[in-house]
Design a protein around this ligand. Structure first.
Ligand SMILES: Nc1nc2c(c(=O)[nH]1)N[C@H]1C(S)=C(S)[C@@H](COP(=O)(O)OP(=O)(O)OC[C@H]3O[C@@H](n4cnc5c(=O)[nH]c(N)nc54)[C@H](O)[C@@H]3O)O[C@H]1N2
Ligand SMILES: Nc1nc2c(c(=O)[nH]1)N[C@H]1C(S)=C(S)[C@@H](COP(=O)(O)OP(=O)(O)OC[C@H]3O[C@@H](n4cnc5c(=O)[nH]c(N)nc54)[C@H](O)[C@@H]3O)O[C@H]1N2
Ligand SMILES: [Mo]
Length: 651
């Protein structure tokens, strides 16, 4: 039985922790314990620490973690605080832990980091490939569009080491070994080339590097790829033919592709397939990274990333910088700031001394979490602004209670089809909680910047004046059209739902820059399995819980089963373990105990855990910090572990 399909009781699973909303500010007292404080006292403490850091160690000793669940407007103000008040580009978010490789790979190929299609197109396509994506669990709304597409006649294929709930809806499931996506993609590319199925007209007109790509993939015969990936040669062949001969195809991926030490290379390997076949820039054909949190796309679009100003405009571009400098009356550093990954490294060296963490829980979400906690503890000054007292907040000098963006705040968010939509305050916030924007502006005020944002719309209009892609989206139009997709430069015309139609233009000027093939090579996971750590552990999500469990921890439900280590029936038998039995799980970095669950969707040698119950079982003590040098995303999807029985077999 595939455990994903089993509701199941909490069979010896530990009762997950429940979180209460934060209702008033907290500051760390002389005795080292967090105590209740007034807003005035907490803000003064927070601002004084930031001022001290800036004066003693310079602007780059500060970093902001901005919240991918909060609104665009909040992210705009958070990055403005970082750049104008603190004078640094050190601003990032959990985009780094998931789709930064997608943004880097798509930008390198097409000059823009957004997914190319709209959701609706999945309903009107002929083939859908879900690659390293468990959308049935992690993107249930998008999956409704997929199901409509299937009902309309589309065929779906799944590429995932686990036979997931998503894979059960697919016509074929390619169960590859973790970290072998590049050999699989290259073999599909080679088969398309050898079968004469390349869209030559598109390749010649709209791409560069085809010859080099063809030479690169030549060694990846079906047999060679089958050996490395574990996927039967016929299945690879069939997917290659199905993808290349489909009239319109959508290639969707998520973390199975990106959370690797070579995540950006993985993304490039998939984009190559759409370039070979011309499955991009037309209605119904495209590539889609399904983004993680409700507003991780928007956070990046708003400039809450270290290399871009709002509207995805590059910091290294002098006219762009000058535009913002004029509007903000400031000087912007002409260099990229630190990524989340680099921030944690800089905590180790002492280069980074103060962090303003808004709506992120890195103490539990970072790979190798023991190390992450140690680094956060070493900071001079940590301010956490959240809606719950997270593990990260428990390490803070000051804790500020915010309103929840999803129901207590006005503004906009942007989903993975680049659709900007309005959100509205519908509930009264608890206790003394204040809006994120309000808190940041109060802090900016104490540090010498008097910002007048009457409401979220005022912030949005400032952004519109600086970002051509958003200029056409007034609040009025967003309400009228139930959201609009960027790019939307015009206040009259409606934007087109998909990107890169230009690639099909015959006129070279209108066509613009060609899309280069990515010449990427296979590089297996860093954490190798061996006799001491023989199991490949991959980590991910379940339908019933959300990320580090803080937000989904507040309800009791028989669906929330707590953490397990999932094993296939064969492995469970060979280890002599049964469902519910506690075992020790150890990697080269740490060790946890967890009960066993049997999952027939796994293959021998592969184990699965989530990151949803870190207070009971801290999975990230096991994961490896090795990360993608281009995007900074850690290899959450591939650790080597061993399991040991806690209770001797004879008891
Ligand atoms: N219910 C729920 N929904 C969520 C979230 C949640 O916590 N709970 N979190 C949100 C966030 S932040 C994100 S980023 C998204 C993530 O959404 P997904 O990326 O779909 O979720 P995951 O389960 O992390 O990983 C997807 C799949 O990658 C597969 N995989 C592992 N290793 C490999 C590999 O080497 N190759 C391939 N091809 N596949 C591999 C895993 O088996 C898994 O099924 O979900 C969002 N939605
Ligand atoms: N092992 C393993 N680890 C992983 C992953 C994995 O697949 N495996 N995936 C990684 C990925 S993709 C991600 S995105 C990260 C997620 O990592 P995090 O973003 O650190 O974790 P979350 O649990 O999503 O934390 C969100 C926080 O935002 C707060 N919050 C929600 N709304 C608001 C608001 O409006 N205002 C404020 N101020 N706060 C708010 C919540 O209370 C919560 O504390 O985890 C990463 N870690
Ligand atoms: Mo994510």
């Amino acid at each position: 039985m595939n455990s994903e399909r089993t509701g199941g009781g909490n069979r010896r699973g530990r009762q997950p922790k429940t979180y209460e909303r934060l209702t008033h500010p907290l500051v760390r007292g002389e005795d080292g314990v967090l105590r209740r404080a007034s807003w005035d006292e907490a803000l003064a403490r927070a601002a004084a620490g930031f001022r001290r850091t800036r004066e003693t160690h310079g602007p780059d000793a500060f970093a902001m973690l901005s919240c991918a669940r909060a609104t665009n407007e909040m992210n705009y103000v958070a990055q403005k605080f970082t750049r104008v008040v603190m004078g640094t580009n050190n601003v990032d978010s959990c985009n780094r832990t998931c789709h930064a490789p997608s943004v880097a790979g798509l930008s390198a190929a097409f000059g823009s980091g957004g997914g190319t299609s709209s959701y609706e197109e999945v309903e009107h396509t002929d083939l859908i490939v879900m690659w390293g994506s468990n959308a049935r669990f992690a993107h249930p709304i998008f999956f409704q569009h997929v199901l409509k597409g299937i009902r309309n006649g589309a065929r779906m294929h799944a590429v995932d080491p686990r036979r997931t709930s998503t894979a059960e809806w697919a016509e074929s499931w390619l169960g590859l070994d973790v970290g072998t996506d590049i050999p699989l993609a290259h073999a599909i590319g080679r088969e398309i080339i050898h079968a004469g199925l390349v869209n030559r007209a598109f390749v010649d007109r709209a791409t560069t590097g085809y010859e080099e790509y063809a030479a690169l993939v030549e060694p990846w015969t079906l047999t060679a790829a089958a050996k490395v990936t574990g996927v039967p040669a016929e299945a690879i062949r069939d997917l290659a033919h199905a993808y290349a001969t489909a009239e319109r195809a959508q290639l969707c991926w998520t973390l199975g592709i990106t959370e690797h030490h070579n995540g950006t290379d993985n993304v490039r390997a998939l984009i190559n397939l759409c370039l070979l076949t011309g499955h991009v820039g037309r209605y119904g054909a495209g590539v889609q990274p399904l983004r993680g949190q409700n507003n991780v796309q928007g956070g990046g679009d708003m400039g809450a990333i270290p290399n871009k100003l709002p509207g995805f405009q590059d910091i290294l571009d002098p006219p762009v910088r000058q535009k913002f400098e004029r509007s903000w009356d400031t000087v912007i550093q002409p260099r990229y700031g630190k990524t989340l990954t680099q921030m944690f490294e800089a905590m180790e060296t002492g280069e980074l001394r103060a962090v303003y963490c808004i709506g992120e829980n890195p103490a539990q979400s970072e790979a190798d979490s023991d190390q992450a906690v140690r680094r956060l503890e070493a900071l001079d000054h940590l301010v956490v602004q959240d809606i719950f007292l997270t593990r990260t907040a428990q390490l803070a000098d000051v804790v500020l209670p915010a309103t929840a963006s999803w129901a207590e705040t006005d503004g906009t968010t942007t989903n993975s089809e680049r659709r900007v939509q309005r959100v509205r305050a519908a509930l009264t916030p608890p206790g003394e909680a204040r809006e994120d924007i309000d808190i940041i502006c109060a802090m900016a005020g104490l540090l010498g910047q008097d910002w007048k944002f009457d409401d979220a719309e005022t912030v949005w209009n400032e952004l519109r004046s600086l970002s051509p892609d958003h200029f056409g989206m007034t609040y009025e139009r967003l309400a009228e059209h139930q959201g609009l997709q960027w790019p939307c430069p015009d206040t009259e015309k409606l934007p087109s739902g998909f990107l890169h139609a230009r690639l099909w233009e015959t006129d070279p000027v209108r066509r613009g820059p060609a899309a280069p093939f990515g010449l990427v090579r296979h590089d297996p996971p860093v954490d190798l399995t061996d006799d001491s750590y023989p199991l490949r552990l991959t980590t991910g999500r379940r339908l019933d819980s959300y990320n580090t469990g803080v937000q989904s921890g507040s309800y009791a439900s028989p669906l929330r089963r707590g953490e397990y280590i999932q094993l296939c029936p064969e492995d469970a038998e060979s280890y002599g373990v049964v469902v519910g039995e506690e075992v020790r799980v150890s990697s080269r970095r740490g060790s946890v105990t967890a009960p066993v669950w049997i999952d027939s969707g796994l293959r021998p040698g592969l184990a699965f855990m989530t990151m949803h119950f870190p207070d009971e079982v801290d999975t990230n003590q096991l994961t490896i910090e090795a990360n993608c040098p281009i995007a900074g995303t850690a290899e959450f999807k591939a650790s080597a572990v061993r399991i040991e029985k806690l209770v001797p077999a004879w008891t």
